[in-house]
Design a binder for this molecule. Structure first.
Ligand SMILES: Cc1ncc(COP(=O)(O)O)c(C=O)c1O
Length: 385
């Protein structure tokens, strides 16, 4: 029986809390590949760690609880989780993906799954009519990010689920940017939630990991089969690190968002900045929908500088905020999507969906806001040519 009601407590006490045998309050790391069997055909619930490991299971139960799902699965990376979820489909099936998804999601579909006869269609899922029109009879799933990477566009998840289901397709949501602390897509009608746990769930830029959560027993059975058959599992130590990090997710996210809201306003009001993309700003695309389906706008901001400002200089000027791939760590990071995270998307497609060469993506960390303001302001102003 649960002795708590709220997600802040679930982050700490959810899943399989501590260790029943010894009373240890933190989850033990079962650093073992195999398990002794008592006799032929009789084991104690574990046989081999690819199939099941108690530390990984504690994490999987935790993420399932946080996302209100039937079962969770932990993988060696976000891409391994996405690959496992896409392995639910087969030759002749098609998936609709939103027009700005993480470059790696596009790449695995375009350069691996397509070769096995699993096709994709790119659609602007923020426009529900465009989503509906993109669904042909072979579509078996719709995969969206909301807010999406890197333009932070918002898709109405409940409406997208309704459209997908009406066409007998699944809705898959990559919830990396929001985390279950800010948004729970399964509660809005989605069937599968994916995470690059490398980001906010890990939170300290020291682990590569992926998670998947499914809504039904049928999907759980199939995804467990795929996880075991393909083997891209998360290791026990990394599972432990994620459980440890998730305990502080709520306090970290509150601070990430507080800083992001202030920086988004600063950028919006700055003369050097042409456009700001942040779903927490009232004039942002999807502000109201995001407000309905998520706790707030999260902590990712993208922006473009005005003519007369040089983005190379901007990146060079930064002293505190690091130029690096990835996001969601305690430290603030910036990246240049066109040449970094989204370089695997062909330039014509990038330009069509608005990922310009001048776009800058900022993952706002939990440093002191005044230090972040100082670094950002100096770097933007010093970029004037
Ligand atoms: C939204 C999103 N999904 C998936 C991934 C892939 O995750 P990983 O790098 O952990 O494989 C990323 C990585 O940047 C991402 O931003």
């Amino acid at each position: 029986m649960k002795h708590y009601e709220f997600i802040e407590s679930a982050l700490i006490h959810g899943g399989i809390y501590g260790d029943e045998r010894t009373g240890a309050v933190s989850t033990p790391i079962y650093q073992t590949s195999t398990f002794m069997q008592d006799e032929l055909g009789k084991h104690r619930g574990y046989e081999y760690s690819r199939t099941g490991n108690p530390t990984r299971e504690a994490l999987e139960a935790l993420i399932a609880e946080l996302e209100s799902g039937e079962a969770g699965f932990a993988f060696a990376s976000g891409m391994a989780a996405i690959t496992a979820a896409l392995s639910l489909f087969q030759n002749g099936d098609r998936i609709v993906i939103s027009s700005n998804v993480y470059g790696g999601t596009f790449r695995v579909l375009d350069q691996i799954f397509r070769h096995f006869g699993f096709a994709y269609t790119i659609a602007d899922t923020t426009d529900l009519k465009a989503l509906e029109a993109s669904i042909t009879p072979d579509v078996k799933a719709v995969l969206v990010e909301s807010p999406a990477n890197p333009l932070l566009t918002v898709t109405d998840l409940a409406a997208a689920a309704e459209i997908a289901h009406r066409h007998d397709a699944l809705l898959i949501v990559d919830n990396t940017f929001m985390t279950p602390y800010l948004q729970r897509p399964l509660e809005l009608g989605a069937d599968i939630v994916l995470h690059s746990a490398t980001k906010y769930l890990g939170g300290h830029s020291d682990v590569i990991a992926g998670l998947a959560v499914v809504k039904t027993k049928k999907l759980a059975e199939r995804l467990h089969f795929i996880q075991n058959a393909t083997g891209g599992i998360l290791q026990p130590f990394d599972s432990y690190l994620l459980i440890r990090s998730i305990k502080t997710l709520g306090v970290r996210m509150d601070r990430h968002v507080e800083n992001a809201e202030a920086l988004a306003k600063l950028l919006r009001d700055h003369e050097a900045v042409k456009t700001v993309y942040y779903p927490g700003l009232p004039d942002a695309q999807g502000f109201e929908i995001n407000g309905r389906q998520a706790k707030n706008g999260g902590a990712m901001i993208s922006f473009e500088l005005n003519e007369g400002y040089d983005i190379r200089r901007f990146f060079q000027n930064l002293r505190l905020i690091a130029l690096a791939e990835s996001l969601g760590g305690v430290e603030s990071l910036v990246c240049h999507p066109a040449s970094m995270t989204h370089a695997s998307i062909p330039k014509e497609i990038r330009q069509k969906v608005g990922i310009t060469d001048g776009l800058i993506r900022l993952s706002v960390g939990i440093e002191n806001l005044r230090d972040l303001i100082q670094d950002l302001r100096m770097s933007v102003e010093g970029a004037k040519v």
